[in-house]
Ligand binder design. Structure first.
Ligand code: N2P
Length: 357
């Protein structure tokens, strides 16, 4: 009997000790977790000095990760392995993430710097009232080209790219919506077209561009064009601004058949762990001085009206990168076309990429 009591006491003691250890472990993990803020952004899309400054100011340690497409970002967040506190999707992705319950509503009382944003970028149809997202950068898709390498020629149209003289001269941004959108626009269809015959026609037209396409690339597109490895790039406007700052022989044009107007906004994924820190980070990036420093560093256009006052006049007056987009009727914003249609766009783009090899 005594033996029994003894071993019962021993089991109790061990259980209590284990419980205590696991409690302390959880506590310390929670502690470590709560000191960090995980930010998920596009590549080349922030001034790293701002991350340092934010860490110093708030005491959060930032874990910074990057993605190169909305599709990759959404898949990674949905898969859940890493939890992100802030992410920066584009408008159609925001609409999709909202629909799929992937976002947390924002607490505007924690974002006093919202008042500095230009109202043109607020309350847009993909997020009425900015319940879930706050503007970060915006821009267009267009053609950056080196007219010296093209014998003084000026480009004005998507269809110019199909010219037989441009063999191996074109670099394309690695984006399904962008490249499919270009093909659709070149055929005078909407870049949100969902008609299968039109989409197949666009894909065939892309295939016929293949001899002129040197490569389909990510952020290295800027370096390649600035170094004159190719004469033409289909790029986001901010990349064009960055390239032209490096090499002023290049120019940027939004083709006359029409193109894309896009908005990248900051959001807090539903799975976020540091919601307080996420609001602080968003508000920090909305500070006009920080927004101006960020825009100058990455080359993209800021939606922060007050920030423009801290930036060089020649930058913010440049109609190529700060256009009055309401007056450019030919721009369209990507719509959330639904899961199946988005998958179809991706599939056609992938087939085009394979066809090249
Ligand atoms: C920056 C990518 C910008 C994304 N490298 C445009 N939506």
């Amino acid at each position: 009997m005594r033996r029994l009591v003894q071993s019962f006491a021993a089991v109790l003691l061990i259980t209590a000790a284990l419980l205590y250890i696991s409690y302390r472990l959880n506590e310390s993990e929670g502690y470590a977790g709560s000191r960090t803020l995980t930010v998920y952004n596009w590549g080349d899309y922030i001034d790293p000095k701002l991350i340092k400054e934010f860490e110093k100011e708030t005491g959060w340690k930032v874990i910074y990760q990057t993605f190169d497409s909305n599709e990759a970002m959404m898949a990674k967040i949905a898969q859940g392995g890493t939890t992100f506190d802030v992410a920066v999707p584009s408008e159609y992705a925001i609409s999709k993430m909202k629909e799929e319950g992937m976002l947390l509503p924002l607490d505007h009382s924690k974002l006093p710097n919202l008042k500095y944003l230009d109202s043109r970028f607020l309350n847009l149809s993909f997020d009425p009232g900015n319940q879930y997202s706050v503007p970060y950068f915006w821009g267009t898709v267009g053609i950056v080209y080196n007219s010296e390498m093209l014998g003084g020629k000026k480009l004005t149209s998507w269809n110019d790219l199909w010219n037989k003289d441009l063999r191996n001269q074109i670099l394309l941004v690695d984006g399904a919506r962008e490249v499919m959108g270009m093909a659709l626009n070149s055929l005078h269809y909407s870049l949100n077209d969902t008609n299968q015959a039109h989409l197949l026609q666009a894909k065939r037209k892309l295939d016929s561009l293949t001899p002129n396409v040197k490569a389909i690339v990510g952020d290295e597109i800027k370096m390649l064009l600035a170094n004159e490895e190719a004469a033409i790039g289909v790029v986001w406007s901010g990349d064009a601004a960055e390239i032209i700052a490096e090499n002023d022989k290049l120019d940027y044009v939004v083709p006359k058949e029409g193109s894309n107007l896009w908005f990248d906004n900051m959001v807090i994924p539903k799975t976020a762990k540091n919601i307080e820190g996420a609001h602080q980070f968003i508000n920090f990036m909305l500070d006009p001085k920080h927004a101006a420093a960020n825009a100058e560093y990455v080359g993209y256009s800021t939606p922060n009206k007050k920030a423009l006052e801290y930036m060089p006049k020649e930058v913010v007056k440049d109609q190529r990168f700060y256009p009055d987009f309401h007056s450019i009727g030919r721009l369209e914003v990507y719509e959330n076309l639904g899961k199946r249609m988005l998958a179809y766009y991706n599939e056609l783009f992938l087939e085009f990429k394979m066809h090249r090899k």
